[in-house]
Design a protein around this ligand. Structure first.
Ligand code: GLP
Length: 242
């Protein structure tokens, strides 16, 4: 595990964007796993800026997003489809057919999960999986549980997750109750995992995830078993590490 701590959010974003851009520059057909949430916004901004300056092209890239809410219209401003358009996809040359997000409005959600896993398998291994972390240790939307599911599946969101994401909606009641998420098996199969965390409110979960027991009650703790884990922290998120 390689933990890098930055004294500013700007430097952290720059480091994250450089790692992703470097991969695409050396491997133009890279398969990326992408994340949503507040954390990666600044990284996406810098990737867009790199693209605009002609430093990189996403033409050969294939991307798989981690998750999507169930039952939220794709055009809803808080759908992860809208998020990805707004922060990345609408501004770069990644062909739409190479940008995958689970369809949370599929009539048959189980079939959609199987379709998503098939697409990932067909693309081969995810080269780099970008990840954030929830306050309860969730990755993607894999919530703490007695057992975790390997592949893409429908999950009931934890109350604390719905509360945390209420800031993006009008109120916690408007946050969908379910999501489709890539499973931890798929996440852990990525060649490299880039975990990005910022803010003092995440300092406790960062300590638990990176130095605590490896347990499904803290899904991010499973990342400790990954051979190529890179962790980017701002100094606040790193504040409780030994
Ligand atoms: C969200 C997403 C996760 C994200 C996490 C943290 O609900 N499903 O992929 O990493 O929670 O989000 P944030 O970066 O906004 O703190």
């Amino acid at each position: 595990m390689n933990i890098l701590t930055f004294d500013s959010g700007d430097k952290l974003n720059e480091a994250g964007a450089n790692i992703i851009a470097g991969l695409i520059q050396t491997q133009p057909t890279a398969v990326l796993g992408l994340a949503t949430g507040g954390t990666p916004v600044g990284i996406y901004e810098r990737l867009v800026s790199g693209f605009r300056r002609g430093l990189l092209s996403f033409r050969g890239v294939t991307a798989f997003n981690l998750d999507e809410y169930v039952g939220l219209d794709r055009q809803h401003p808080q759908s992860y489809y809208s998020y990805m358009q707004k922060h990345l996809f609408a501004h770069i040359d990644l062909p739409a057919e190479q940008a995958h997000i689970p369809d949370g409005n599929a009539a048959d959600l189980q079939a959609e999960c199987e379709r998503y896993d098939r697409l990932i398998a067909e693309a081969g291994q995810i080269d780099l999986q970008l990840l954030g972390i929830g306050h309860n240790g969730h990755i993607g939307f894999n919530e703490p549980a007695h057992a975790l599911i390997r592949g893409t599946h429908v999950v009931d969101l934890a109350e604390e997750t719905r509360k945390a994401n209420a800031r993006f909606f009008g109120s916690a009641d408007e946050v969908p109750k379910q999501a489709i998420t890539m499973g931890v098996g798929t996440i852990l199969k990525a060649k490299t995992i880039l975990l990005v965390v910022r803010g003092a409110d995440k300092a406790d979960i960062v300590r638990r995830a990176l130095t605590g027991p490896i347990t499904t009650e803290c899904p991010a703790s499973l990342l400790q078993t990954h051979p190529h884990l890179v962790v980017l922290l701002d100094k606040d998120a790193a504040g409780r590490l030994p």
